[in-house]
Design a protein around this ligand. Sequence first.
Ligand code: UDP
Ligand code: MG
Length: 309
Amino acid sequence: MEHFLSIIIPVYNEEENLENLNSQISKVLDGAGLKYEIIYVNDGSTDSSIDVLKNIAVNEHVKILNFSRNFGQTQALQAGIDIACGDVIIPMDADLQNDPLDILKMLELYDKGFDIVSGWRKNRHDNIIRVIPSKIANFVICALTGIKLHDFGCTLKIYNAELLKKIRLYGELHRFIPAAVSIFGGGANFTEIEVNHHKRIHGKSKYNLTRTFRVILDLFTLVFFQRFLDRPVYFFGGCSLILFLISVFAFIISFFTEYMFSFAVLFITGWFFFGLAFLTLLIGLIADLLMRTYFESTGKKVYNIKEIS
Ligand code: UDP
Ligand code: MG
């Protein structure tokens, strides 16, 4: 099948990698006779990355987006997706850790009828502080979302552009795109393939443990949406019911106690939990109202039709 590829590359302080990266990608894609564009998104680099990119941009395939400051890899990726013209979108890192040669075998697999082909860095060359949280994250995402992929964090993936353009990426969501596509985009056909991974030679990794915390919050949001997107009141209602039962329990045992002090403590605890139950229910109703506004104002449906015959 003939494709037009949009390669999207977020760049944050990668001056020493860019020329080499660009010539490697061009060599592979020109060699295979593919049609493509490479979109570099300079994410507020403080080194000379933008100058290097401007030199590279003499190549007709290259487009550059230059951010006013550092917004983050996810935001850079989203900006690239917004202007991508291809029918398939292929994000890559700028640090030469991904291998452009893998694109060819991934594309072959994509043509067998998949919407997403995910790279799996089976032989990963990062330090232990990056690898262990990532392994835990993969396990948790897989368990919570039911999507069976080994390496959510591998940037190199092939996406059906139409599907990817249906969703918006926030926070650190670039790690969860397959899950986000499945939840907000109405489902997708996934597969994965082993890809090469090289050690970073120039520049430093931009990630550390503090970012892992944000990733956990993003994952929590995603799982919440997966279960309760169109009816958040079910979640809050469940919490409210638990709080209400605790309050009833406190009231009941307060009447069986002999001491005035413990009666007072239990009675106040009962009212406290009753108040919390009431507030939680109210939050649920407001969240429900927000979701209705979201679905109705954007014209989004609470279902997704695969085909009509
Ligand atoms: N990156 C970015 N903005 C950021 C952090 C990273 O555009 O705020 C880019 C970075 O230049 C690289 C890619 O995202 O192209 C992946 O970053 P990095 O190699 O530091 O991540 P790691 O491979 O360690 O997960
Ligand atoms: Mg890297």
